[in-house]
Unconditional design. Structure first.
Length: 72
């Protein structure tokens, strides 16, 4: 049985730091659904590389400031 992906993210904090951006506003900005943003935030889904870059660009940070890989 597979556990959650070994990738953590700081999307919730970044949204809060950017004027308490809603999950829906982030989803709209990158062309995804709010449900997908929820799953990514909760660590239940790892976004594509393209989506990861789009999320980072919305916040004006590097991808590694949004996502941290905890694999071995």
């Amino acid at each position: 049985m597979a556990g959650p992906p070994p990738i953590r993210n700081t999307i919730r904090r970044l949204r809060f730091d950017h004027g308490e951006m809603t999950q829906q506003a982030l989803a709209d900005a990158i062309g995804m659904t709010r449900q997908t943003i929820v799953a990514i935030e909760q660590g239940k889904y790892s976004p594509s590389l393209e989506a990861a870059f789009k999320i980072a660009r919305v916040f004006g940070v590097g991808v590694e400031e949004v996502f941290q890989w905890e694999g071995s």
